[in-house]
Design a protein around this ligand. Structure first.
Ligand SMILES: Nc1ncnc2c1ncn2[C@@H]1O[C@H](COP(=O)(O)OP(=O)(O)OP(=O)(O)O)[C@@H](O)[C@H]1O
Length: 316
C-alpha cells in the first residue's frame, strides 16, 4: 500500500469568475505520507482542498482519489475532512455528532476511540453551540477521522487549539501515517508544517513554487540569516550593499543570503566592521518568506529560482 498513489492531480486550474486562483497544478500524493501545503493568505490552499474533495468543480484538469473521480461516492467513502468553516447542528452533543458521522461510513472507528484521539472525553455531552472555539476544532478533527478514512484533509487544523490539544492532534496524525493513511494539511504554523510533513508544497498565487521535505527545501535554498551591529539606517545600508535586502532595527542589520562570505567581503570593502556578527542556517519560516518573495519579484516557478541570485552573489 505504501508508495501507492492516493491523490493524482493533473494540470488543475480553477477560477472564480474571471479571477484565476489555481494555475496548472500537478500532484501525486502517496499512501502513508503527510503532505503540508504552505502559502500566504489567498494563495489557493483551501480552493485546492475543495477541488480535491469534489466540493468545487475544476475549471480545467482532473483529480483522482484512489482511482475515483473526486467527489464521487466511492471517493467520499475513503476520505475525511476538517474544513475551516465547519458548521454542525448546534444542539447535538459531541457524542451525538460523532455517532451521526460514524453512521455515514462503512467501517468507522469506535466513537470512544475518536473521543480519546481528539481529547474530547470530558465534553461528550456538551452541545456544539456550547463548545469553545478550540473544542469545536477538536470535534471537527474527530469527525474528520471517525470514518477511519484512507485520506484525511486538514485545513488549518490547529487554529484556536491550545498546546495540549495541538500536541494530541499531532500525535494522532503520526499514528494515521503509521497506519498507511495519507494526510493533506494546510497550515500557517511553520513548526507544525516542519514536524509533521514528509513533503511540503509552497503555493504562491496559484502555483507550486517549491516542493520537498522541510530539510530539502532549506538545503536547496542554502540560505543563511546574517546579522551584525550597524550604525547606518536601512536606506544607507541598502545603498552600500544593494544586492541584498536589509532590515535595520535598534542598531542591528539583518539579511538572508546564499553566500554570506561574498556579502561580508563587500561589507568590509565598504568600511563596515560587522561587529557582533551572527551567521545561522535559515529557518523554514525564512526559507518560505524568501521563496515567496523571490517568486513575486522574479515571477519564476522552479525551486531553484534563487540560483541566479546566488550566482551573482558568488561572483561578487
Ligand atoms: N467563493 C469564492 N468566490 C470568489 N473568490 C474566492 C472564493 N473563494 C476564494 N476566493 C479567492 O480565491 C483566492 C484563494 O483563496 P483560498 O481561500 O483558496 O486561499 P487560501 O490559500 O486558503 O487562503 P487562507 O490562508 O487565507 O485560508 C483568494 O483570492 C480568495 O479571495
Amino acid at each position: 500500500m505504501t508508495n501507492s498513489v492516493v491523490v493524482s492531480v493533473n494540470n488543475l486550474h480553477h477560477s472564480y469568475g474571471d479571477k484565476s486562483v489555481l494555475k496548472g497544478l500537478d500532484l501525486s500524493l502517496k499512501a502513508g505520507r503527510v503532505y503540508g501545503f504552505l502559502g500566504a493568505n489567498g494563495a489557493g490552499k483551501t480552493t485546492l482542498i475543495n477541488l480535491l474533495l469534489g466540493r468545487l468543480k475544476a475549471s480545467q484538469g482532473s483529480v483522482e482519489i484512489l482511482g475515483n473521480r473526486a467527489g464521487s461516492a466511492a471517493a467520499k467513502a475513503k476520505v475525511g475532512a476538517m474544513l475551516q468553516i465547519g458548521s454542525l447542528p448546534a444542539n447535538l452533543t459531541v457524542l451525538e455528532q460523532l455517532n451521526l458521522f460514524a453512521s455515514y461510513y462503512q467501517s468507522p472507528m469506535p466513537v470512544s476511540k475518536a473521543l480519546r484521539l481528539s481529547d474530547l472525553n470530558a465534553h461528550e455531552n456538551s452541545p456544539f453551540s456550547k463548545l469553545s472555539g478550540g473544542l469545536k476544532q477538536r470535534l471537527l478533527f474527530a469527525i474528520a477521522i471517525i470514518g477511519d478514512p484512507q485520506l484525511v484533509f486538514l485545513d488549518e487544523p490547529s487554529l484556536a487549539m491550545d498546546v495540549n490539544a495541538r500536541q494530541q492532534m499531532w500525535q494522532t496524525i503520526r499514528q494515521l501515517k503509521a497506519q498507511g493513511k495519507t494526510v493533506v494539511l494546510t497550515t500557517h504554523y511553520m513548526e507544525e508544517a516542519e514536524v509533521l510533513s514528509d513533503e511540503l508544497f509552497i503555493l504562491n498565487e496559484g502555483k507550486i513554487i517549491a516542493q520537498g521535505s522541510p530539510s530539502e527545501l532549506s538545503h536547496n535554498m542554502q540560505l543563511s540569516e546574517v546579522s551584525f551591529a550597524c550604525e547606518l539606517n536601512e536606506s544607507e545600508l541598502s545603498a552600500l550593499l544593494p544586492e541584498w535586502s536589509w532590515q535595520v532595527n535598534e542598531g542591528k542589520a539583518a539579511t538572508r543570503c546564499k553566500a554570506p562570505n561574498a556579502m561580508l567581503k563587500q561589507a568590509f570593502v565598504n568600511g563596515l566592521s560587522c561587529d557582533l556578527l551572527s551567521v545561522k542556517p535559515s529557518s523554514l519560516e525564512q526559507t518560505f518568506l524568501s521563496l515567496t518573495e523571490t517568486a513575486e519579484h522574479e515571477d519564476k516557478t522552479p525551486v531553484n529560482s534563487a540560483s541566479e541570485k546566488s550566482a551573482k552573489e558568488q561572483a561578487a
